[in-house]
Write a protein of this length. Structure first.
Length: 114
């Protein structure tokens, strides 16, 4: 597995979850690390992205509630999700882009109950 994601689960509305995703030793020179999500019947969408030397950006729907961070030494990206809403329910995928290619994690389910 090139990208190993964890941290999903079931949480009540208003709760918090932290996702993490670690790249394998075979992935290096990482530029972009990001989280996407896909809800049933919807297209995959960008949630948050962090780019070396170029900061972070977020989907409007999660601004102020989600925080993306990365540990370059550990090749890990995190997504701290707070004030979760039922509409945040989706499969969350981590994404990494290097100078050699792009990689996707296997997805982790986040379910927010009302």
């Amino acid at each position: 597995v090139q990208l190993q994601a964890s941290g999903g689960g079931l949480v009540q509305a208003g709760g918090s979850l932290r996702l993490s995703c670690t790249a394998s030793a075979r992935i290096y020179n990482i530029n972009v690390m990001a989280w996407y999500r896909q809800a049933p019947g919807k297209q995959r969408e960008l949630v948050a992205r962090t780019t070396n030397g170029d900061g972070t950006n977020y989907a409007d729907s999660v601004k102020g509630r989600f925080t993306i961070s990365r540990d370059n030494a550990e090749k890990t990206v995190y997504l701290q999700m707070s004030s979760l809403k039922p509409e945040d329910t989706a499969v969350y995928y981590c994404y990494v882009k290097t100078m050699f290619g792009e990689y996707w994690g296997q997805g982790t389910q986040v379910t927010v109950s009302s």
